[in-house]
Design a protein around this ligand. Structure first.
Ligand code: SAH
Length: 244
């Protein structure tokens, strides 16, 4: 029985892959990968390595999660080195925990290889530090998948009244509702928001606006995209370093 490496692929820029991830990919007998993992990474694999695509789009699985768990398990029965490659970090909205616990229940050994999450590196490539002395003392990474008008919410909206940075992943389709909700809890209509699409890649696009106008401004922006809300967005005026 083999070892499964639940591996972060980083956000897009292939050079943001960790050395450890690169090593296990080079040794892999099979790589099971998502849409958000940069496919160029697969070129590092040895000859004869198998590739299994279990694509995933904005939180919606093309292959259901239960099937993915089972695919990983079956491969671990057949192969010595199994890499499960996921965009960003496997434990940041990556369902890596569910996959690891499925393997734990079946006595399969696994390792977690953290990756650079898009939640922080997307803003960094857009010139937006997620914390900044005197501006934001903390940041939250929040699912934007849940509709903000849901009656019983998992999201503590009332805690978002401060100026700390909020990063929404999987939220582009709810951008209008998220902006409205934040104004409803008392944020100013001109409060800064950025939408970052395809962050850290050559196709990166950044749109900056306010809670009031960001929906209009980000209308045609492609996925994957994340939303950054907070005064730190204004620092981009000085810190944007990566081409738009
Ligand atoms: N585990 C991943 C996140 C998975 S959830 C990570 O740590 O980055 C998928 C969401 O991540 C997308 O809907 C999008 O909001 C965000 N995302 C992933 N890659 C991105 C990128 N290159 N640019 C902008 N957003 C990205």
């Amino acid at each position: 029985m083999g070892n499964v490496y639940l591996t972060g692929a980083g956000p897009g820029d292939i050079e943001l892959l960790t050395l450890k991830a690169a090593r296990v990919i080079k040794e892999a007998d099979v790589v099971i990968y998502d849409r958000l993992a940069n496919p160029d990474i697969l070129e590092m694999a040895k000859n004869g390595c198998e590739f299994v695509y279990v694509g995933k789009e904005d939180g919606k699985h093309i292959v259901p999660q239960d099937d993915i768990n089972e695919i990983i398990y079956q491969n671990a029965l057949k192969h010595e080195n199994v890499v499960r490659l996921k965009g960003g970090d496997p434990f940041v909205f990556g369902r890596g925990g569910e996959e690891a616990s499925y393997l734990f229940d079946r006595d399969i050994k696994f390792e977690i290889i953290p990756g650079i999450t898009s939640a922080i590196s997307g803003p960094a490539y857009a010139g937006i530090p997620v914390t900044h002395r005197g501006v934001s003392a903390s940041f939250r990474v929040v699912t934007g998948h849940e509709s903000p008008d849901k009656k019983v919410s998992q999201i503590p909206w009332d805690n978002f009244k401060t100026d700390d940075t909020i990063i929404f992943l999987m939220g582009l389709h709810n951008l209008d509702k998220i902006s409205k909700k934040l104004m409803e809890i008392g944020k100013a209509h001109d409060y800064p928001v950025a939408v970052i699409s395809k962050g850290t890649t050559k196709d990166q696009l950044v749109v900056v606006g306010t809670l009031e106008n960001i929906v209009e401004k980000a209308k045609n922006i492609p996925t994957p995209a994340l939303i950054v809300v907070g005064k730190v967005v204004e620092l981009r005026e000085q810190l944007a370093w990566f081409g738009n």
